[in-house]
Write a protein that binds this ligand. Structure first.
Ligand code: GLY
Length: 302
């Protein structure tokens, strides 16, 4: 790997300039029918899940983005909208999710993306090149891609080849984003569902990892990434490493949910994009976590 001198400031620019976020309502069928990788956990408490999800959406809105909320359309997992599209630099790639029961979720998301693409983004003051929408299924019928397996660090994509995402899916990303590095990590032997179950961006040029799986991903990033990241933080708890950094706000799991990681979580803000400029919001999210939902799962930032 090599360090480009402009890289930290570019990462800053990318992560701090989001203008929109698409979220999706929780479908009541999440209780009976959402996919779950760990059997035997208690049922999702729908009331509590709504409360926690509402707090997350409010936190997202406080970052200054316009929030668009889509209906759930009867799909048990559709609140996890992250899996249905990948966005970077005015380009959207609508995915073909790995789980057959989730493929129908993409049509509503694609419809919204095309609606946004039809807007004059110049009028929004930030985007100046429109929004382009591509579909994985148009590019490769065999490709499978879940957005939860895709970490965009600012300039490069880190993609987990998982039970949901295959090599063809990563190749479609390469076609969609030809000027960006796409590195793949085989996580099929790891015990969490998606790549971002154990890592996320905690700030510009600051990658956060958690648990054993996070250690493995971190070692692979050190070996394969095109960029040297300024900060790689590690937490004892895998799930605590899924945080949202956007527009100088770090939305992360609450201290009381992960006491072992609390000290390290508190230290994150001090290194995320400059000590003084990062606001931190703690969110409890253990209800949707029963069905593999993490914080990033519930949001698609543009
Ligand atoms: N329950 C989220 C997923 O399996 O995709």
């Amino acid at each position: 790997p090599y360090l480009l001198v402009f890289w930290p400031s570019m990462s800053h620019l990318v992560l701090n300039n989001h203008t929109r976020c698409i979220v999706r309502k929780i479908d009541p069928s999440v209780v009976s029918s959402a996919l779950r990788s760990v059997a035997g956990l208690p049922e999702v408490d729908l009331v509590r899940a709504h409360k926690q999800h509402g707090e997350l959406v409010s936190a997202i809105a406080s970052t200054g983005v316009t929030v668009h909320e889509l209906p759930s359309d009867g799909f048990p997992d559709s609140v996890f909208i992250e899996d249905t599209a990948v966005y970077a630099e005015h380009q959207v790639c609508v995915t073909t999710p790995g789980a057959p029961s989730r493929r129908g979720e993409t049509s509503r998301v694609a419809e919204k993306m095309h609606e946004l693409a039809a807007l004059d983004w110049n009028d929004m003051g930030v985007m100046d090149d429109g929004l382009h929408v591509a579909h994985v299924h148009d590019m490769d019928q065999e490709a499978r891609l879940d957005g939860g397996d895709v970490l965009f660090t600012g300039f490069e994509f880190i993609v987990g080849e998982s039970t949901r995402t295959n090599a063809a899916g990563a190749n479609v990303l390469r076609d969609c984003f030809p000027h960006m590095n796409v590195l793949t990590i085989d996580i099929r032997d790891c015990d969490a569902l998606h790549l971002k179950s154990a890592c996320s961006m905690a700030g510009p040029s600051h990658v956060l990892f958690g648990g054993e799986m996070g250690r493995f991903i971190c070692s692979q990033v050190e070996e394969k990434a095109l960029f040297v990241y300024e900060k790689m933080s590690h937490l004892p708890d895998t799930e605590a490493a899924n945080a949202i950094y956007v527009n100088k706000v770090l939305i992360r799991r609450a201290d009381e949910e992960f006491p072992k990681s609390a000290d390290a979580l508190r230290a994150l803000a001090a290194v995320s994009g400059g000590a003084s400029e990062c606001r931190v919001i703690q969110i409890a999210a253990d209800e949707l976590a029963k069905v593999d939902g993490a914080l990033t799962c519930c949001a698609l930032f543009l």
